[in-house]
Ligand binder design. Structure first.
Ligand code: SF4
Length: 172
């Protein structure tokens, strides 16, 4: 018998996607943590992967297990590529989380950069005591959402546009 997202076991480790979803929609994080992954067949996500793979051909992913960082340059500076045209607080939060994970592994992190190749923009993400505090609070918040026994409520319908979880939440 297949299990629904509601009764699946949450993952214990928090990765970058968990943090991004926390800042986008706690319900999305909750579902993702229980193994609901409609984004794997989402056209938007597929588009993002194509942008990611074709923009920076010489970079190497850094696999931390719970998180996969797009790439890290000397310093160490964390790089994350987004297919969207507008910066979002969720993107910077994701990069800060990667900085936190690297620092816990003993890396002297310098900061991060979010790349928006479709609009040829970058966003610098500083890494200092304040950023570390934000990253730690996000991780705590993510764990709290994941541990919630019931599904968090939906966002306003207008805020759900483009979300790959629309089918589950709204039956679209
Ligand atoms: S469809 Fe809306 S409520 Fe559902 S996970 Fe996405 S943003 Fe959240």
């Amino acid at each position: 018998m297949s299990r629904s997202p509601r009764d699946a076991e949450p993952e214990s480790r928090v990765g970058g996607v968990h943090i991004k979803y926390l800042h986008h929609c706690p319900r999305q994080l909750w579902l993702y943590a229980r193994g609901y992954r409609p984004e794997q067949r989402s056209d938007l996500v597929a588009f993002g992967e194509v942008v990611d793979e074709t923009t920076f051909t010489r970079r190497r992913d850094v696999d931390l297990g719970e998180a996969k960082i797009d790439w890290v340059t000397a310093g160490a500076v964390v790089h994350e590529t987004k297919s969207s045209r507008a910066p979002s607080p969720a993107h910077a939060a994701q990069v800060r989380h990667y900085c936190l994970l690297l620092e816990r592994r003993g890396v002297a992190v310098r900061g991060g950069v979010v790349h928006y190749p479709l609009v040829r923009r970058t966003l610098d993400v500083p890494w200092d005591a304040d950023a570390r505090g934000q990253a730690e609070r996000s991780e705590t918040d993510a764990l709290a959402v994941i541990a919630t026994p019931t599904t968090p409520g939906r966002l306003r319908r207008s805020a759900c546009r483009g979300c790959s979880y629309l089918d589950y939440c709204w039956g679209d």
